[in-house]
Structure formats: structure tokens, C-alpha cells
Design a protein around this ligand. Structure first.
Ligand code: ZN
Length: 393
């Protein structure tokens, strides 16, 4: 059952459709602005472009400074009172401004459009989503506010696990009725209703160096210890439960004729259910604490993590979004992914959350990254109608 779009709704959707050219112009500016996660100056410049566009549209913006990474940008549009419900009353639009690319990438591969697809660093992940969020905020500013206050959070460090912005995302999500993360929509016009959580760990093993010919018995091999641990860590994988362990990097040793005094590894754990995190980490710690080669010692540090987006928590918001997309004439599907994103942090605060509501694209983090240009307007309209129809219930 799909309610036809009424005249007031149509006005907002039409305004968004008229902005296609300006959306693409802002997208071009953002793509051509450098902004790897560690390039504070660049990530801030991307924020300045967004801020100047939104302020030009009357959208209130504030900068939340950060010394190490890019500043966070927070934009707000007041509610019109139609959908005021108790404490959790905002609607949050989320997106990250950083990319995974090295400095100078936009000069090497500037924004271009070819056969209906746009290319350039971060074009779908996720500068198109940022443009969409900025225009949706502008649309509500222009047309008398949203049913509930809108908060647009434009973060700076998602690609490295959001060390600086995670607390901001959590604080906003705690008072949100709904969170929409505008990561790229997936082929098949899909949005993401479930994501795995992940943990990145560094393992350091200490042994003892000795000449492997003259004094073999004095040596303690950290590499041998690492080998034992790798086998046991990988054995924790349980594909049926969606738990995977991947030792993705190893290094160690000194020379071929020395027993290895040290060895290191980096390990990626993925999981679906929050409870699987505690259980698996406990098993990992047990493996780390055990010395399979007597005399070795090991230390493990967690240097990055994302929480899962749990599917049961996105179901009713997805149903509402899908009905609105149907009414717009842009029917969507839903999908689960092993990839992680900021939506997991929002969902963990209890906020109904859906992800990948941004314009559709593919091949992120690669030179072939592309955006389907024709998805820019419909995805903005889907989000806008979804917001307009978030009344008091
Ligand atoms: Zn992304």
C-alpha cells in the first residue's frame, strides 16, 4: 500500500529535482578537494565547502573542533512540531567527509562524468551522500522545517574507525528517533539494514635471539609462537554465525640464522551479534595469554573497532523508508554486508538506523569508484519523503 504524494510533499520533491545541476556542481567541488583521513586541512576544506553551501541556504551550522583530525560539522534545521515525540526527538543524517586516498589524488583523477557515471576519489564513498544530506537539510529549511528537528553530522574520520567522531555520533544518536547514514547505495538500489561489527588488533610476541647454528638451544622463537597462534586464531572462525578471524599482516625475525626475538601480526575480527564480540575476544585473549612455545610472551592491543548494525533494529525504519521510496517511484531493496560503518555506533545507542541511503555507486576505495548520477535526485527524494512522513507515530 502506497500513499500518493500530496501537494505539500510534491513541492519539496520537485525542489530537490530542480537542484540536480547544483548538486552535481557541489559534488564536483567536494570530489576535487583532497581529504584523506589524516589530512586535517583537506577534510576541513571539504567541511568549509559544505558549510558555505548550507549557510547560503539558511541552514544553521556549527564546527566542533578537533586538533588531530578534521573538525566535525553539525548542521540543524528546526522542527515544525508535527512529529514531536518525547525525549528522543531528532532525525539524524550522518556522513563522513574523509576518504581513503593519498594526497594529490583529485589532481591525478579529477571529477568527471562518463556515460551516466561520475568518477573521482570519494565520489560515492561518500561525497555524493554528503551532497544529498546537505540538499535535504536545505530543502526542509526552505519549506518550513521538518516534522522533527533535523541534525546533519558531517564527520571527519570514519575510514580510520572514527577515533575522534565516535563520541559525537553516539551523543547525537542517543536523542535521535531515526538515523540515516548516507553511505553509498548498493547495486540493485539497495540500502543496508545490517552490518558486521569489527575489531582490529595488533599482536606483539617476544622471544629470545640466539645463533641458530651455534646456540640453537638458547633461542626462543617468536615466529614459531606466532605460527601456533595464527592457526588457533583462524580456527575461531565460525561462518554459520558470521564470525571470522583474519590474520592479515605478519612480520618478525632478525636474520635467517637467528632465532626470532620478536614477531607481530594484525588481526581482523568480524562478528554479527554483539554477544559474539565478548565471547570471541575472550577466546582471543586466551590464545594470546597462552605460550605454546615456552618462554615467549605476547601482548595484544585493540587499535580500532566498529559495532554491528543489528538487523532487527533497522527493520521498521527500513519498512517506512521502502514505502516512501515506492511512493517516490524509486523502489529499493535491502541487503546485509560484512563491511563496517558509523551506523553501527548509532544503532548501538538504541536509535533505529539504516545505512547506505546515499546515491548508488560501487567499487569504493578503488580507482574505479563510480556513482550512478541518475540516483542522486531519487535518493534525496526518498530520504526527504521518509522524513516528511515521520509524524508523531
Ligand atoms: Zn564510507
Amino acid at each position: 500500500m502506497t500513499d500518493a504524494v500530496n501537494a505539500a510533499e510534491r513541492k519539496v520533491l520537485d525542489w530537490l529535482a530542480e537542484q540536480r545541476g547544483t548538486m552535481l556542481a557541489l559534488l564536483e567541488t567536494l570530489v576535487n578537494t583532497d581529504g584523506g583521513s589524516h589530512d586535517k586541512e583537506g577534510v576541513d576544506k571539504v567541511g568549509a565547502h559544505l558549510r558555505s553551501f548550507m549557510e547560503g541556504q539558511g541552514v544553521a551550522c556549527e564546527t566542533i573542533p578537533n586538533e588531530q583530525f578534521g573538525d566535525a560539522l553539525r548542521a540543524t534545521v528546526s522542527g515544525n512540531g508535527a512529529g514531536a515525540v518525547g525525549g528522543n526527538s531528532t532525525i539524524m543524517l550522518l556522513g563522513h567527509r574523509d576518504t581513503v586516498f593519498p594526497k594529490g589524488e583529485p589532481t591525478r583523477r579529477p571529477f568527471r562524468i562518463e556515460n551516466g557515471r561520475a568518477y573521482g576519489p570519494g565520489v560515492c564513498d561518500m561525497k555524493a551522500g554528503l551532497v544529498m544530506n546537505a540538499f535535504v537539510l536545505a530543502a526542509f529549511q526552505k519549506h518550513g522545517g521538518a516534522p522533527a528537528p533535523l541534525v546533519g553530522l558531517f564527520t571527519s574520520d570514519e575510514e580510520i574507525g572514527s577515533p575522534a567522531c565516535r563520541p559525537l555520533i553516539e551523543a547525537e544518536a542517543r536523542r535521535a528517533r531515526a538515523v540515516f547514514n548516507s553511505e553509498p547505495g548498493r547495486p540493485g538500489n539497495a540500502v543496508v539494514t545490517g552490518r558486521k561489527g569489527c575489531v582490529f588488533m595488533r599482536l606483539a610476541i617476544t622471544g629470545k635471539a640466539a645463533h641458530s647454528g651455534a646456540n640453537f638451544g638458547d633461542g626462543i622463537s617468536a615466529i614459531e609462537e606466532l605460527a601456533h597462534k595464527i592457526i588457533r586464531l583462524h580456527a575461531l572462525t565460525d561462518l554459520d554465525r558470521g564470525i571470522t578471524l583474519n590474520v592479515g599482516l605478519i612480520s618478525g625475525g632478525q636474520t635467517v640464522n637467528t632465532t626470532a626475538p620478536s614477531a607481530e601480526a594484525e588481526v581482523d575480527l568480524r562478528f554479527v551479534k554483539p554477544a559474539d564480540y565478548d565471547e570471541t575476544i575472550a577466546k582471543v585473549r586466551e590464545i594470546v595469554a597462552t605460550s605454546y612455545v615456552p618462554g615467549t610472551t605476547s601482548e595484544m592491543t585493540i587499535y580500532g573497532q566498529f559495532l554491528p548494525l543489528v538487523e532487527t533494529q533497522s527493520q521498521s525504519l527500513y519498512a517506512h523508508y521502502a514505502a516512501c521510496a515506492e511512493a517516490v517511484g524509486d523502489p529499493v531493496t535491502s541487503t546485509f554486508t560484512g563491511g563496517c560503518a558509523d551506523s553501527g555506533f548509532a544503532a548501538a545507542m538504541g536509535a533505529p538506523t539504516i545505512c547506505a541511503v546515499g546515491p548508488v555507486g560501487g567499487k569504493p576505495h578503488s580507482p574505479e569508484e563510480y556513482l550512478e548520477v541518475d540516483s542522486l535526485v531519487p535518493r534525496a527524494q526518498n530520504l526527504a519523503l521518509t522524513i516528511m512522513r515521520m509524524g508523531a507515530n
